[in-house]
Design a protein around this ligand. Structure first.
Ligand SMILES: C[S@@+](CC[C@H](N)C(=O)[O-])C[C@H]1O[C@@H](n2cnc3c(N)ncnc32)[C@H](O)[C@@H]1O
Length: 291
């Protein structure tokens, strides 16, 4: 399939508008290989016809399909290890404290909300849910329930979310990052795949959400995981998304991004903190002003 330089530029512009993704000039091959079968499936005789159809106002599904084809959904359970270790070891105890304080001052159903933004096929929110189960189960004296830590998991890709919601993973994906203890406790074998148990699934609400849109509909969070997503955006989009994250965090809340990412050069009031090997970005807690 032939794609001219001008046509490639059109794709670059369109995907940036649609989801913030920056496609480098060296990605012509990727665009060709990922879109060829889609162009054929739509019965378009050439790429030019495909582009024309993409631009029609009613071609919403086609544009979603383009985004799904060009974004990268690479993920794994407990990816990079240490952020989940810090989550279990330091962040959850501090959230438990927040919940206790809220209970004491009369909140009827205190919770600490966690958001996995750009969750792909669900391994990240399921890993968070397993860490929560471990923490709550291991600390009965805290009198907490897993329901005190609800997780919102969102992605722009409806296809990735469908897999996440189904919670069924082939053996080789479960082998990546999942301990045998977690696998046997939270998954059941079905042929060559493993299906997540209801006990984990019910902790997570999966929702389609584009991070470049206004995000104020999602409510407030104590922790936002947005790992290996910002890396695909340019500085302008990263800045806008991080500003929104800042607004959506409660005072003292944390933003956790990928190991290869940073907020370097962005102008945000986040304060950087080191939790073991994990760098986190904290929204400063509100200070009580004196009389
Ligand atoms: C590389 S995966 C990261 C998955 C997971 N957070 C992790 O670190 O393992 C990037 C995900 O970001 C999603 N994504 C890309 N652009 C997005 C946008 N504008 N809004 C929401 N999700 C987006 C992609 O669909 C993909 O599932």
């Amino acid at each position: 399939m032939e794609i001219s330089v001008e046509q490639f530029r059109e794709v670059q512009t369109l995907v940036r508008q649609l989801c913030g993704l920056i496609l480098g000039d060296d990605k012509t091959y990727l665009v060709r290989t990922r879109l060829e079968h889609i162009v054929q499936a739509h019965g378009c005789p050439n790429f030019s016809e495909y582009l024309n159809r993409l631009q029609q106002t009613t071609a919403v599904r086609m544009r979603d399909e383009l985004v799904e084809a060009l974004t990268t959904g690479e993920t794994s359970f407990f990816r990079d290890g240490h952020p989940f270790e810090e989550f279990r070891r330091r962040i959850l105890p501090s959230l438990a404290q927040t919940i206790r304080q809220r209970r004491e001052i009369g909140y009827p159903a205190p919770v600490a909300r966690i958001w996995s933004a750009g969750c792909s096929t669900g391994q990240e929110p399921y890993s968070l849910a397993m860490a929560i189960q471990d923490f709550v189960g291991g600390n009965p004296a805290l009198e907490l329930r897993v329901e005190n830590f609800p997780i919102l998991a969102t992605d722009v890709s409806g296809k990735a979310l469908a897999t996440a919601r189904e919670g069924r993973f082939p053996g080789h994906l479960v082998d990546r990052g999942l301990s045998s203890e977690h696998r046997h406790r939270f998954f059941r074998a079905e042929g060559n795949s493993w299906t997540v148990c209801e006990e984990l699934r019910r902790l997570i609400e999966f929702r389609r959400l584009n991070l470049i849109d206004r995000l104020n509909i999602v409510g407030q969070f104590e922790v936002i995981f947005c790992r290996n997503v910002l890396i695909y955006f340019d500085a302008t989009v990263r800045q806008r998304v991080c500003e929104q994250f800042y607004e959506l965090l409660t005072p003292g809340g944390l933003l956790i991004i990928g190991a290869a990412e940073s907020l370097y050069r962005l102008e945000t009031p986040f304060v950087t903190e080191q939790l073991g090997a994990t760098t986190v970005y904290r929204k400063p807690a509100a200070r009580l002003s004196g009389p």
